[in-house]
Design a protein around this ligand. Structure first.
Ligand code: AMP
Length: 583
């Protein structure tokens, strides 16, 4: 057997090691954790500690712990650990040695060869230092490959066709964006740009500042002077950030943070995703600027890009996906774990060098987007059926996401929720797969928050639940065949049609609430016209409004009875009025 070549992602925040086993890529964990925090320290007894223990220690004993050594790789400076100087290569070697040991433990044999990834922007000196770190750790570095190259390899080991891929990599402390060309597993980096001082740590810092400010305002204490309390706040901030990647709100509770004037200080605060997104907006804008610079470097525009790949833990932040979707008009890929895909690509490269066969690493994803409709703006006009995606196409299954909505009218006591499958910004052009009503809401002004949770499992079962945030009042539905809803819906309709020809419709075959009947274009046109007319109500005379209301009533009736032929006349009349009002 050829000697195994391990793949290593030597990251600023976390590092990982991966191998190919029976053609499959495996990221090897240190215990349950597949990511080894890139922290090195000396403990109370003077022993070297690496990974999670060192990371925990950093919060309390930063003077005995080193983080982010990657930032100074290739520079002629030394770091001090318990009064002794070390080169960046030596500290990196300690991390590499730990990764090597993790692989050896798992495999039960000695390992001496590795492929290590480096950022595309790394200079010769930085690459040389990385190679030396490998040697110090007892690893022959068979090849160093660029991180975006590794990510592209993890996504495509077999494709023959040439594709241009934008790799957006936002980790804990660095951001890189690269345009790569991939063809027959040969990956070429066409351009690269980034900021090695921007990442998820900055997002944490924004939340930390927000919490510190809150404590200052409510308790008149500057918690920054209390390092142990700050350590807890840092942890709480990162945990809150994780929750906000899945949910629109997070409750942050930290009891007995410290004592002030003899009284304990507790932190209890709700943070919304909306506020969080405002806190990090400048950073996201900066990454988008870098994306444009990278595109320019490759002499391309957004429309030349065939695929967008998300790499790095921070790309789980939902607004990043949204911004990239808007920019490129294509759903970014995240089906290979964003934290692990660079290490996987390194192992794939290692296997290629060793002449091993590798299977594709792709996992189960949803081929459709699922969401609901809400009042919003479409083509600059207020529109009641704006599609709001909740679970995006290409998301890994199983998947569960929550979004918040608000009631539109004062005293609104019910909301009707419709679930759609599709990609069109106009919900009515997507496939309706379920609807339900939540009643008995509190009698409060408009703005009552309703959270909507969608959970899609591997079998295509979609669990939908809506909840009034303040009271917990909840309603659920299950859509049994969401992944093939269109096909099964069409199938059932055909079955019903054939059965009716024979005069023997079997009752109960169809779950009426969730059946999908593709709507006739005339009905869709009439529905759109009605919303357009309603949007004009504020601007028209009462006489015109009365005519419009009458026509809307007639149209609504024929939409309900699905009397397509009868729709033509009132549709034309309402169209004329709108045309006249708009001209
Ligand atoms: P990496 O350097 O790729 O390992 O990414 C680490 C960064 O990703 C850290 O800043 C983490 O806090 C961040 N991160 C990991 N998971 C999530 C998540 N679910 N939502 C937001 N940020 C995350």
């Amino acid at each position: 057997m050829n000697e195994i070549i391990i793949g290593i992602d030597l990251g600023t925040t976390n590092s990982e090691v991966s191998i190919i086993e029976n053609g499959k890529v495996t990221v090897i964990g240190d215990g349950d954790n597949k990511m080894l925090p890139s922290f090195v320290g000396l403990n109370d007894d003077g022993h070297i500690i690496v990974g999670e223990t060192a990371r925990n220690q950093y919060l309390v004993y930063p003077e005995r712990t080193i983080k982010s050594i990657k930032r100074i790789m290739g520079q002629d400076i030394q770091v001090t650990l318990a009064d002794l100087p070390y080169s960046p290569q030596e500290i990196s070697a300690i991390i590499l040695k730990r990764l090597k040991a993790i692989a050896e433990d798992y495999l039960g044999l000695a390992v001496s060869k590795a492929v290590i990834t480096v950022p595309a922007y790394f200079s010769d000196a930085q690459r040389q230092a990385t190679r030396e770190a490998g040697e110090i750790a007892g690893l022959e570095v068979m090849r160093m490959i660029n991180e975006p190259t590794a990510a592209a390899l993890a996504y495509d080991t077999q494709g023959e066709e040439a594709r241009r891929i934008l790799v957006y990599d936002l980790g804990g402390g660095t951001f890189d964006v690269s345009v790569v060309n991939i063809e027959s597993s040969v990956v070429e980096v066409l351009s690269s740009h980034g900021d090695n001082q921007l990442g998820g740590d900055d997002f944490d810092q924004q939340i930390i500042d927000y919490l510190v400010e809150h404590i200052k305002n409510t308790h008149e204490v500057d918690i920054r002077e209390h390092s142990r309390a700050m350590a807890r706040i840092s942890r709480a901030a990162e945990s809150a950030k994780f929750v906000l990647s899945e949910q629109p709100y997070v409750q942050i509770d930290e009891e007995y943070l410290l004592e002030h004037d003899g009284a304990p200080i507790h932190l209890s605060l709700e943070l919304s995703r909306m506020v969080y997104e405002e806190l990090i907006e400048d950073y996201i804008n900066a990454t988008l600027d870098a994306v444009h610079i990278a595109l320019k470097g490759a002499k391309m525009s957004s429309s030349d890009i065939d695929e967008v790949i998300l790499v790095g833990g921070s790309t789980r932040t939902p607004c990043i996906r949204e911004r990239l979707l808007n920019e490129f008009g294509i759903e970014p890929h995240s089906e290979v774990d964003a934290d692990l895909c660079v290490a996987m690509g390194a192992a794939i490269q290692g296997a290629m060098i060793a002449g091993q066969q590798v299977d594709t690493v792709l996992v189960d994803v949803t081929p459709y987007t699922y969401g609901t409709s809400a009042m919003g703006f479409l083509d600059g006009l207020e529109y009641p059926f704006l599609f709001v995606p909740i679970i995006h196409k290409n998301s890994v299954l199983p998947n569960r996401k929550t979004e918040a909505f608000t009631t539109y009218h004062d005293g609104q006591e019910a909301v009707d929720i419709t679930i759609y499958q599709g990609e069109d910004p106009d919900a009515l052009n997507n496939i309706k797969i379920g609807e339900f009503r939540v009643e008995g809401l509190r009698d409060v002004p408009a703005g009552n928050i309703i959270t909507l949770t969608l959970g899609l499992d591997l079998n295509g079962i979609l669990q939908v639940s809506a909840q009034e945030k303040e009271t917990g009042l909840e309603k659920n539905i299950t859509i049994k065949n969401a992944l093939s809803q269109f096909e099964s819906g069409a199938l059932e309709t055909a079955k019903q049609r054939i059965n009716s020809l024979f005069g023997q419709i079997e009752p109960g075959i169809i779950e009426q609430e969730f059946i999908v009947e593709p709507l006739a274009p005339e009905i869709i046109a009439a529905q759109k016209l009605i919303s357009k007319a309603e949007a004009l109500f504020d601007k028209v005379s009462s006489e015109d409004k009365e005519d419009m209301v009458d026509l809307i009533e007639v149209l609504t009736h024929y939409i309900e009875t699905k009397d397509i032929a009868e729709l033509e006349k009132p549709t034309a009349e309402l169209n004329d009025i709108i045309y006249y009002l708009e001209s």
